[in-house]
Every structure is written in C-alpha cells, then in structure tokens.
Write a protein that binds this ligand. Structure first.
Ligand code: ADP
Ligand code: MG
Length: 604
C-alpha cells in the first residue's frame, strides 16, 4: 500500500481537510472498490435498466391519458399490458439489483474486517496494548458499520437514484421542455443549505465514532469486571459511567438526525413549490392548446417520481462523510506497521543448550516519560539451568521476561540465545523456542482440552492428557461435567485461579519448548496444589533453561541462581545459602515474608 505524500499545505484549513478526505476517498476506491469492477459493472447494468424502466413510466402515463382524452378505448389492453409488463420487469430488476449491490457491499466490509483483524494480530504488542480492546473492537465493528452504510448509500443512491433522475428529467424534457426549465431552476436553490448541513454532519460523524469507541471500551471493561462490580457494589457507578456515554452518543446521533432531517423537508417544500408552479403553468398551456392533458399528467408523474431520489441524493453526502470518517480510523489502524518483525534475511534460531544472555540491556515503556523500566541489566542464564528473579513489585521482573520473546525490543544492549542476537533470528523460531506462563492466565471461550492444546495446535488427546497430568490438572479436569470437553466460557470464569494457572502450565508443558519463562505462575495455587505443581515443574524444568519469577521465595530456594532486582537492575546474585549469609536485600526479603506468613505482597 503506497501512502500518498503529504498533501501540499494550502492557506485554508478547510481545504486541507477536503484534500485529505479526497485522498482518502481515492485510496479507498483504489484499494477496495476498483478491484471489484466486474461485479460493479453487473450491478451498474442492472441499475441502468432499472432507471430506464423508471423513466418509461411517465411515457406510459402520458399515452394512457392521451388515449382516454381521445376516447381510443380499443387501445386499452395495450396500455394495460405495458403497465403490468413494466411493473413486473421493474420488480424483478429491483430484486436483482438490491441483492447484487448489497452482496458487493457485504463482501467489501467483510473483507475489510478480515484484513483489519489480521493486521491487528500481526501488530506490535505495544500497539495492541496502547488502546483498550473495546476501542479496537469498535473500529472493526462500529466503524466498519458506518463504511457499510456509506457504501450502500453510494451504490443505491448515487448510482440508482441519479440514473433515475437522469431518466426522469429526460422524459420531462421530452414531454415539456419549457416546464422542465422552470422545475430545474427551482431545485438548485437548495444546493447551498444542503452543502452547509452536510459539512456539519461530517464533524458530528467523527465525534460520534470516537464516542462509540469509548462506549464499547467502557462496556467491555465494565462487563468483564463483573466480580469487582458485584463485590464492591459498583453497579450504580458502572451504570453512571455508561449512562453518560450512552447519553453522549444519543446527543451526537440526535445532532446528526436533526441536521439530516432538515435536508428532507427543504427538498420536500421545494418539490411542492415545483408542483404548484407546474399546475399553474400547465393550466394555461392546456387552455391555450399548446400541450395535452397527457403531457401534463406524464410530467407531473415524472416530477413526483423524481422527488424521492432527489431527496436521497440530498442526504447522501452526509452518509458518505460518515463513511469517510470511519475509513480514516480504519486506515489509522492498518497503516501502523509493526516494528518488531523479521530482519531481512533473518535465519531460524540455531538451538544449542539454550543459554540466554542479557548484555547491558536498557528498556523504557512507550509513554512512560523516559523512565527506565530496565537499566544496565546483565545476566547469563546457562543452558538447562534455573535462574530466579526476585524483588519488590515494580522492580522490572516481568519486563525482563517479556523482552525475551520480543514482546518489546530492548533500547540498548542485546539479548542473545546461544550467541545469536534475538533480533537477528526469525520471530517464529524464537517464539517457538519459548514457553511463557504469566500470572494473568488467558483462556479462550472453548473447551478445557482446546485451551491446553493452544500450546501446540493439533496436539493429540494423549499428549494433552499427559501435559495436564504433569501440571497436576488432570484430576480437576476429570471432575468437570464433560471432562476435557467442558466449555469453560469466556475467560474461564468457571474455574478457580489455581485451576486456571494449572491449565496455563499444562499448555506450556505441552508446548515442550527448550526455554521456559514463569512469571509468578504458581502464585494463585494453594499450598497443597503448589507442592504438586512444584514437583511436576521440578521434573519438567530439569535440563530446560528456566527463568522464573516468584513472590513466594520458598518456591525458588532450589534455583541454581537467584537474582534480586531493584529499580530495573540486579542488586544481588547468588544461591539461596550465599544470599542468606550475605545478609543483604535477599535476606531482608526473606525476613519480611517470614513475618507476614502466607500473606503475599501486592503483585503487578
Ligand atoms: N505496559 C507498561 N507500560 C508502562 N509502564 C509499565 C508497563 N508495564 C510495567 N510498567 C512499569 O515498569 C516497571 C516494571 O514493571 P514490572 O516489570 O511489571 O515489575 P515487576 O514484574 O517486577 O513487578 C514498573 O515501574 C511499572 O510501572
Ligand atoms: Mg510482574
């Protein structure tokens, strides 16, 4: 996708906006509409035929009235046949045209959703976490909905209605050129106010879409926080927050409705004016014998038939502007290129014993005002060994773990695995080599078995069962109504925290990667199941490079090396014994935990 060079700046801000919109429209047409030219041609032919038949109606009306006036009743059956025939033809065409145009539009918006979602899935983790899921959902649902409505209006109104208008005007001119001039003189009066109103609509459209994003975000957040809301009795607070947003969307939508609603009566009034003028003029013309009653009736029919498509054209620009505002936000989404990607010519990671080295790394989060989350962090995790990171919450332990699978890239220094900079190898091979289990377990709306199988898609049931056994999860899974086939529902609300953690461990065990990263992976387990899991883990981590974070220091006593972190860097390293003997940071941490017993410090 070639992004156009920045539009030349002109002196008026309004002009820049319009140029940008025009660029946006052109790009949208080029990328999404032109490739469908074949289907569009079919739709257009159907539309053209429909317009032609519409234009023929006034002629038929004229013929029948002329006949009535001249009393040629012998021709009646021809006229009736023409009316019935034209009606049937029009009905069939209307059906085909409606289905075909809607099919094009639905296909278009479905493809946009597919491309948008696929793009999001390949986006940087930082980009995905920058916006709430609700806002991203809104871009792929609400905003695409606006684009759909605009495309529908464009195909139906812009093409069908303007062709109908052309056909009707043509027959009006044929029937009475002078009278046509009068009518055509009246309608342009409406152009200026209609343009003003659409401009206002465009502004409202952007605001509405932003607010809809905010509303979706609030909705998902509040609905997924059901536990908090119930237990803290926050129902009224949540309702207040949402009601404000609902009302704001209501206000914006009403603003749009009022602006749009002004257009219709304006055109309607002008239509009435035109009809009155035509009747007065026709009365004089028929009386002086210049035109026939048939001419007049045909003309009035054309005029009345034209009023609906003219009104539709009047409100089209509002719809198009809403669609363009939405297309803008869609493009904001798909234009952001991921920065964490394979280097050109990246090779797969060549696995040795999986030694991880952090070489003087530095890292700060986007938007954290330059505050260093990690600084001068140097550590070697020897292949097949277990290294533990301990320290107060906020020390940077989780951040270090997230840097290994390149959820973020380091700013300075480098991380190597068996001597290869992780930025030089393919992302796929790097991530295949790593199992990560973090404290907040993600479960999808699927069966228990399928959730474990996320570790290795397509894994056979025996492998899944073995992994569950190794994670001390097999028993509780069998106790579920349908065992491994039990649906766990959105985010696994049916399971306890400890059960969820054991599923996450089973998933990691099933993945069977040479590097294991555990971020407080057993923090939610009770002492009994933690003992079971620790035994299982001890077997599993043997000869596997493991970097483990644990708040409960008792669980890392046996690590080959313990590193105490503070403010993003390592302040003390050694074995459990050595560190106790040194009587420094680690010893202090151990003492503080002994004092609070099983109470855990707050985790982040
Ligand atoms: N996504 C994020 N965006 C900005 N700052 C973050 C983010 N995640 C963590 N931090 C900050 O980075 C520091 C280290 O956090 P973290 O690695 O989670 O600590 P730990 O796991 O040791 O509790 C903290 O100051 C925290 O506030
Ligand atoms: Mg953490």
């Amino acid at each position: 996708m070639s992004s156009a060079p920045a539009a030349p700046r002109k002196n008026s801000g309004q002009l820049i906006l319009d140029e940008r919109r025009r660029g946006l429209l052109n790009r949208f047409l080029k990328e999404w509409v032109y490739p469908r030219w074949r289907e569009l041609t079919v739709a257009m032919i159907l539309t053209g035929l429909l317009a032609a038949i519409t234009g023929a109606y006034p002629m038929i009306i004229k013929a029948s009235f002329d006949m009535l006036m001249k009393d040629q009743s012998g021709m009646l059956h021809y006229v009736l046949a023409a009316i019935v025939g034209a009606t049937i033809m029009r009905s069939i065409l209307l059906y085909a045209q409606t289905v075909e145009t809607n099919r094009i539009v639905m296909r278009l918006t479905t493809d946009m959703q597919r491309v948008g979602f696929a793009h999001l899935m390949t986006s940087d983790f930082a980009r995905l976490s920058r916006e709430t899921p609700g806002r991203l959902v809104s871009k792929l649902t609400n905003d695409i909905g606006f684009i759909q409505q605009a495309a529908q209006a464009a195909l139906n109104t812009a093409i069908r209605d303007s062709l109908s208008i052309v056909a009707l005007v043509a027959s009006m001119i044929y029937l009475d050129p002078v009278m046509s001039l009068i009518v055509l003189g009246i309608y342009p009066i409406a152009a200026l106010p209609v343009a003003k109103l659409s401009q206002r609509l465009r502004r409202v459209a952007k605001q509405t879409q932003d607010e809809l994003g905010g509303m979706t975000s609030l909705l998902t957040e509040k609905l997924s926080g059901a536990r908090l809301i119930k237990s803290f009795r926050l129902e009224d607070y949540a309702a207040d927050r949402l009601n404000k947003s609902f009302e704001h969307v209501y206000d914006l939508r009403m603003k749009a409705v009022r602006n749009r609603a002004r257009i219709d009566p304006l055109l309607e009034a002008l239509g009435g004016l035109a009809v009155a003028g035509v009747i007065a003029f026709a009365y004089w013309r028929i009386a002086s014998g210049i035109s026939t009653v048939g001419d007049f009736m045909g003309f009035i029919t054309a005029l009345l038939m034209a009023s609906q498509p003219i009104r539709a054209l009047g409100s089209l620009s509002g719809r198009i502007n809403e669609g363009l505002a939405a297309a803008e936000s869609y493009y904001d989404l798909v234009d952001e290129k991921p920065t964490i990607v394979d280097k050109p010519g990246a090779q797969p990671l060549a696995m040795g014993n999986a030694t991880i080295r952090f070489e003087a790394i530095r890292f700060s989060y986007e938007g954290s005002g330059g505050a260093q989350a990690i600084s001068d962090f140097t550590l070697t995790v020897p292949g097949g060994r277990t290294v533990a990171l301990v320290g107060r919450s906020g020390a940077g332990k989780s951040t270090v773990l997230n840097l290994v699978p390149r959820l973020f890239d380091v700013e300075q220094g480098r991380i190597t695995i068996d001597g290869q900079d992780i930025r030089d190898v393919t992302l796929a091979s790097l991530r295949d080599a790593i199992s990560i289990v973090s404290q907040d377990v993600t479960l999808f709306d699927d069966t228990i078995g399928a959730n474990i199988a996320l570790g290795r898609l397509g894994a056979p049931q025996p492998a899944i069962t073995a992994a569950a056994q190794a994670a001390a999860a097999h028993e509780f899974i069998l106790a579920q109504p349908q065992g491994y086939a039990t649906e766990i529902g959105d985010r696994g609300l049916r399971l306890s925290g400890g059960q969820r953690q054991r599923l996450a461990l089973a998933r990691a065990i099933l993945k069977d990667a040479p590097i294991l990263l555990l971020d407080e992976a057993t923090s939610a387990l009770d002492t009994e199941s933690e003992r079971l899991v620790q035994e299982a883990l001890a077997r599993f981590t043997k000869n596997r490079t493991t970097l483990v974070i644990a708040h409960r220091l008792s669980t890392v006593q046996n690590a080959d090396l313990i590193c105490v972190m503070e403010d993003g860097t390592i302040v003390e390293t050694g074995s459990h014994r050595e560190l106790l003997a040194a009587n420094g940071h680690y010893a202090r941490l151990v003492r503080s935990q002994a004092l609070v017993g099983t109470l855990e410090p707050e985790t982040t």
